[in-house]
Write a protein that binds this ligand. Sequence first.
Ligand SMILES: [Zn+2]
Length: 452
Amino acid sequence: MAEKLKLSFWGASQEVTGSNYLLETPSSKILIDCGFFQGSRINEERNRKPFFYNPSEIDGLIVTHAHLDHIGRIPKLVRDGFRGKIFSTPATRSFSQLMLTDSLGVLEKEVKRSGEKEMIYTEKDVERAMAQWEEIEYCQEFALNGLKIKFRDAGHILGSTIAEIVAGSRKIVFTGDLGNSPEPLLNDTEIIKDADFLIIESTYGDRVHESSKEAELKLERTIEDVVHNKGVLMIPAFSLERTQKILFQLNELVEHGRIPRVPVFLDSPLSIQATKIYKEYSRYYNEEAKKILYKDDIFNFPGLKQTLTTEESKEIGNIPPPKIIIAGSGMCNGGRILHHLRQNLSNQNSAVLLVSYQAVGSLGRQLAEKAKMVSIFGEKVLVEAKIEKISGYSSHPDREALYNFTKNTADSLKKVFVVHGELKSSLFFTQRLRDYLGIDALAPKFGESYEI
Ligand SMILES: [Zn+2]
């Protein structure tokens, strides 16, 4: 008789953020990801709540990739008593250190704003977490309390993994976030076979993306329009992956003379540092990107200026348009992008280009849904600028790619847990798996447990 396993869903269940899953065997308790809930204030308050399990009883934590909704609560886990090891690829560890250290500044502001006494975690907790962290390469099998674990390339961001966990005769696969392959920099999402249980993301479980060719053309056209109108193009972008993808594309467009030369500002200290780490881990790029890298600095081109200091950032406002500004945060719920939006949103010659997922409650989501008036730093701002969306830059697969990923291992699957998607998206994808593949699939709710 195979021993019983228990799987509990403590985040990203019928919602996108807060990834946190607990896998229990008779001899071990391990977590997969431990991320922030994001998007709205109510969600941010959930990050303060105690964990629903005892962190000191957890033997190990597997980290699929370094986006904050997968790593944000790790220092809190350590603060609350977790002493086990943390496992990820080397790139994920480097990015996590950067992201978690950077988040301290955000948390500090949050404490001041909300009047809370304490930060969710401090620099000490981040340091402690990093000391518990072990680097594991792709395909290098490692053991943890009787479990055998292997990382596959998810192709979502640099260093991202799909975690394959073998417990006795059963293979449990956590997809983390999957990629939108083919990607300009990354390898394709690896094909998974022989999975018994699959825990799969469904961020875009009910949507079809435009192709990367269409995305590139849309970027080109949007830039041409803004330059022609002498406006400001603002691109809110996540510091990991999206920013580098946009830089890579701009590099291609500029080097091939497809867009007019205008000043481009990378106005995000976090993105500037993340881009440096990207350069350190070029061994993870796909062959095509490695070839281009050989001839050209793929994240740099004439006209690009990286603005690290606050003074340099403020100076951007004095440069006459047309100009392009890439800044964080990706969902416009903080960061330098807010200053640029406040300054330029009411200008009808300007444009905002949304290239990322926008969580419910975020300013980015309000813009995506065509709000006429928004509030920035407590000020009402009229939205006159054009709001453009490009879904082809998504780092997630669309519903077709998700379906095909699952289909590859459909024969062996006993059950699929659909997670990391808004309710509508998760349910749509769940139904599709049931109808088209005849698979036992469900979208678990927060706090539900299943014996597998
Ligand atoms: Zn992600």
